[in-house]
Design a protein around this ligand. Structure first.
Ligand code: ATP
Length: 144
């Protein structure tokens, strides 16, 4: 389904979470800048985004050169490397990115991301667990 209101997004980290966001935004017709430090991931997602860039997002200079400053909505989808996730979020807020949404790996990570100014912090497994419980409780089917 193409979207008549085309927007610009950037997704940093192309694991299962970031990768699915990237693909879906692209399928919805938006402009998507996809960034990962692994060249293999960049190659894999090149067909599912507008620009795919191999970069370490903790490096402010590298991130700036990727053109990310032109994006006002960025998702940080780095989970395992909590330090990289925190540094990337800090750099993005320093660069003046308006909306930075970040994935947290655990409650501590979530708290730190909140404190350093992430505009939305998601904890997918935890959030989905709550949602499923509510859906089970109200006997509704899981929806979007
Ligand atoms: P998943 O979404 O698959 O559950 P995850 O939460 O386990 O992933 P990671 O596997 O740690 O997260 O990272 C997701 C992606 O982010 C990986 O493809 C990894 O290469 C990329 N990544 C990690 N650190 C950086 C970094 N500093 N700069 C750019 N990309 C990074």
């Amino acid at each position: 389904m193409k979207n008549s209101k085309k927007k610009q997004f950037a997704v940093i980290g192309l694991g299962r979470f970031g990768g699915s966001i990237c693909k879906e935004l692209h399928a919805l017709g938006h402009e998507v800048l996809a960034i990962d430090k692994e060249e293999e991931k960049v190659q894999e997602f090149a067909p599912y985004c507008t620009h795919a860039v191999q970069a370490d997002s903790t490096d402010e200079g590298v991130l700036r050169n990727s053109g990310i400053n032109n994006f006002d909505h960025v998702v940080v989808a780095i989970g395992d490397n909590i330090q990289a996730s925190i540094l990337t979020t800090l750099v993005l807020k320093d660069l003046g990115i308006e909306k930075v949404w970040a994935k947290a790996q655990n409650a501590y990570h979530q708290k730190v991301l909140d404190k350093i100014g992430a505009d939305l912090v998601v904890h997918p497994e935890f959030d989905m667990g709550i949602r499923i419980a509510h859906n089970m409780s109200s006997e509704r089917i899981v929806d979007f």
